[in-house]
Design a protein around this ligand. Structure first.
Ligand SMILES: Cc1ncc(COP(=O)(O)O)c(C=O)c1O
Length: 397
């Protein structure tokens, strides 16, 4: 035990990203391991939102729309682009992940006339499956949920689009984006990647891998705040043929011409729909500044080290009292999921002891490790708290 604590202190002292924790407004009494659900607030966000309300809204009033607000979805998109390997002009921040999934899936089906199937990972985050089902119904296609290991067997000349998660939200398993994208393309289909659990986790190469479309949220590892708007990626070579279904004025070629007929904007702006959610969008813009000068390779290295160290602590302190479901090799995001039949009650008791993770039904305890602010000490304390709770329960306390 002492050994683990000492190792944690040493790892924290040697951590090249340790300076970033001071950028976040975290309660020092709390161990926060739920940044894979809701990232912690960068300190600068509160001031920025105050300034936006007081100055941009309060003083500039409606003049702020042409001065800075109308183009904010593209501007903030450019800040996310380098985190996902996208050259400028291909990413816009607008609406929620669910809404962007709808746009992307309908757009992808329209790019594949004559093909009748939408393939989706059967274990996907529920909203992806629900949206895909609705898109299938609306476009007259058939939804084929499939286990990821069986993807190869279902791809064929009927596949229009395949919707995949880069990291499985429940287990933390990371999928090989290069290999899966290639297999989907070999079948002549389009791929849509959901990057909710990988944006801000590891270097992603959307352009280099020739990904067709991608979406992701900004309130997890990108720390944009509750309900922060999501992003959608449409590469240059698809933009002209991409026809998304939410043909609102925000994506019009000339929104202020108030023309009677819809004509999509020439570039990524066509992925927009209506009025952007400015307060959330500009809170996100401030939050993304924390990434300036941060190397994603360092983030990835620390995320793997943190999750690896946590698993080591779990092995040593908890033994086989819990099952580690997250892959122990490098194929994981920055979360560790543990299985225990009393997971719900255990997470509740950990929270009561100021260690915050989350519970995923039916029996998973999920812990997220955000390398910008999570410490090795946090990882050690979380495992120790869980072990204490199980020991107390066994002793009948
Ligand atoms: C993989 C994945 N997709 C989508 C979502 C959520 O979509 P939305 O932002 O529309 O709520 C989540 C939320 O946790 C998620 O984990």
């Amino acid at each position: 035990m002492t050994d683990l604590t000492e190792r944690a202190s040493k790892l924290d002292a040697e951590d090249p990203l340790a300076y970033l924790r001071a950028e976040f407004d975290l309660d020092p009494a709390v161990v926060y391991l739920d940044g894979n659900s809701l990232g912690a607030p960068p300190r600068r966000v509160a001031d920025r939102v105050g300034e936006v309300v007081r100055e941009q809204w309060g003083r500039r009033l409606i003049r702020s729309w042409p001065e800075s607000w109308w183009t904010a979805p593209e501007r903030v998109g450019e800040k996310i682009a380098p985190l996902v390997g996208a050259a400028p002009g291909q990413l816009v921040v607008a609406d929620s992940t669910s809404v962007n999934l709808f746009k992307a899936l309908v757009g992808a089906v329209r790019l594949a006339p004559g093909r009748r199937e939408i393939v989706v990972d059967a274990a996907t985050f529920p909203t992806d499956g629900y949206i895909a089902e609705s898109v299938a119904e609306l476009t007259g296609t058939v939804l084929r949920p499939v286990a990821m290991d069986e993807l190869d067997y279902v791809l064929g000349d009927q596949t229009a689009v395949v919707l995949l998660n880069h990291v499985d939200y429940r287990t933390g398993r990371l999928y090989d984006m290069a290999a899966a994208t290639e297999r989907v393309h070999e079948a002549g289909a389009r791929v849509v990647w959901d990057l909710c659990h990988s944006a801000g986790v590891l270097p992603i190469e959307l352009d280099a891998l020739g990904v067709d479309l991608a979406v992701g949220c900004t309130y997890k590892f990108l720390n944009g705040g509750p309900g922060a708007p999501a992003f959608i990626y449409v590469p240059h070579d698809l933009q002209e043929s991409f026809r998304q279904p939410l043909s609102g004025w925000g994506g019009h070629r000339d929104p202020f011409a108030m023309a009677p007929a819809y004509e999509p904007a020439p570039g990524i702006a066509r992925a927009r729909a209506g009025t952007p959610d400015i307060l959330s969008l500009l809170a996100l813009e401030a939050a993304l500044e924390v990434w300036d000068g941060v190397d994603l390779d360092d983030v990835r290295a620390k995320g793997l080290a943190l999750t690896g160290f946590f698993m080591e602590c779990v092995d040593e302190l908890l033994g086989d009292a819990v099952e580690v479901v997250t892959p122990r090799d490098g194929n994981r995001g920055h979360q560790v999921s543990l299985r225990h039949p009393g997971a719900g009650a255990l997470v509740a008791e950990m929270t009561a002891r100021e260690v915050i993770g989350d519970f995923r039904t039916p029996d998973v305890l999920r812990f997220g490790f955000a390398p910008l602010y999570t410490t090795y000490g946090d990882a050690c304390r979380a495992a120790r708290t869980l072990s204490d709770i199980l020991a107390d329960a066994a002793a009948g306390h």
